[in-house]
Design a protein around this ligand. Sequence first.
Ligand SMILES: *Cc1c(COP(=O)(O)O)cnc(C)c1O
Length: 466
Amino acid sequence: MRYISTRGQAPVRDFAGVLLAGLADDGGLYVPQSWPRFTPTDWRAMRGLPYATLAARVMQPFIGEAVPSDVLSGMCRDAYGGFGHPAVAPLIQLETGLFLQELFHGPTLSFKDMALQLAGRLFDYVLGARNERMTVVGATSGDTGSAAIEACLGRERVSVVFLHPRNRVSDVQRRQMTTVHAPNVGNIAIEGTFDDCQDLVKAMFADTAFRDDMRLSAMNSINWARIAAQVPYYVAAALALGAPDRDLAFSVPTGNFGNVLSAWVARRMGLPIARLIVASNRNDILTRFLASNDMSVAPVEASLSPSMDIQISSNFERLLFELLDRDPVATREMMRAFRTTGRMAVPDLAWRRARTLFHGFRLDDAETAAEIRRLYENNGYLADPHTAIGVAAARALPPAPAVAMVTEATAHPAKFPEATEQAVGWRPPLPPRMADLYDRTERFLVLPGELSAVEAGVRALTRRNA
Ligand SMILES: *Cc1c(COP(=O)(O)O)cnc(C)c1O
C-alpha cells in the first residue's frame, strides 16, 4: 500500500515510512493512495473471529509488505491479549436498537489504548528492521500521555518522556503516568501550565540538533497507523449486529476527529454504515460546520469532557481531502486559509456531501451531567462524560427503525470521577486490575519551564535505555 499527502507535495511512502514520519513533509496528512475494499462474502467470513484475528485481517491491506502477516497477527494477539475483557471491545445493549461499544478495557481506560497498544508494537518492529531507535516526547493534560506511555512500555527501540503541568492534572491521570516504572519511560512535571508544556515540546522539536540527536518522534493522533488501528472495532460491531446484511449507524464522541474518521474508513472499505454522528461538548465547531457550513474557530473552553476540548480537529483534513475529490491544491489552500484566518470556506457541494452521512450534535456540561444521571437511573449504566454525550446524540438523531445505532464508549467512568460524582453522587471504583493505583509509588522529575533544563531532563531519562 502506498500513501500520498493530502497536500500533494510530499514523497509517496509505504506504511513503514508513514508510521515513522507521522505528519507529511508538506504539512499534510498521509492517506492511502486507494481504499481497500472487502466484498460482502469477505465480511461474512470474518463473523465470529476473535478480535485480534479480525484486527490483523482488517489492517493487513493498509500495512502491505511492511509487516509480514504472521508477525502482524502475533502483534495483535499481544496488544489485545492484555485487555480487561475477552471480547476486547464488547457491545452492550441499552435499549432496542441502541447499543454501546466499550473501547476502554485497555491498560489506561480510554479508547486511545485500542490504537496505541498496537502502534507501539508496530513502531518497535519497523525500527528494528531499520536498526533505528526513537524517543517519543509529548505534553499531556489527559488521556494521551498515559496511553502512549503504556504503548511504549517494554518496547526495545522506543523511549518515551511526557511532560505534564505540575499540580494541574487529575490524580488518576498523573498516577497512570508516574507509577509506570521502566528504563524507557520518563515523566517530567513542569512548573507551569499545559500550554507551557506544549510550547516546550514544540521548542524541543524546533531544536534540530537535539531533535536529530535524540531521534524525537510523536505518536500523535494524525499518525495514519492510529486511524487504521481503530477501524477493526467498527468492523467487529457491525458484523456482530448483522452487517453486511443490515445497515447501522455510529455516534462518536469527537475531539481530533480521529475516531469518527476510522468509522468513515470502515464504510469506504464496504460496510453499510448509514449515519455517523459527530458528538461534541460546548467546543462545537464541527456541529456548527455540519449544521450551517460555519467552520470558524472559537476559543477553547474547559468542559466536563476534557478530551474533546478541541477547536481544530487535525484529522478533519483527511475527510476534507475526500470531500474535495482528493484535490491536493484545494485542500492545501483551504487549510492555509483556516490557519491564518480561523475560518474555512468549504464549497457548498462538499458540505452537502458531508451532510449526507455526518450529523453534528453538541451538549453542554449541565446537559451532560443530566444524561449521565438519566442513563444511570433508566438503563443502569454508568457512563463517563464523553460517552454520555455520544448517547445523548444517538438518542437525538435516531436513524431509520431497522438500523442499529452504536455509541462508542471512549472512557471508563472511573477516569472522570468528579463528573460522575456531580451527576450521580458517587465515585466509580477503578477496575480491579488498577485498584492499587493510589498505593503505587510515583516517580517523576520536577523542572522549571526552561528549554535547557527540560532537554537535559529528557536526555537523563532516556540515557538509561541507550
Ligand atoms: C481522545 C478522546 C476522544 C476524542 O477522540 P478523537 O479521535 O480525538 O476525536 C473522546 N473521548 C475520549 C475519552 C478521548 O480520550
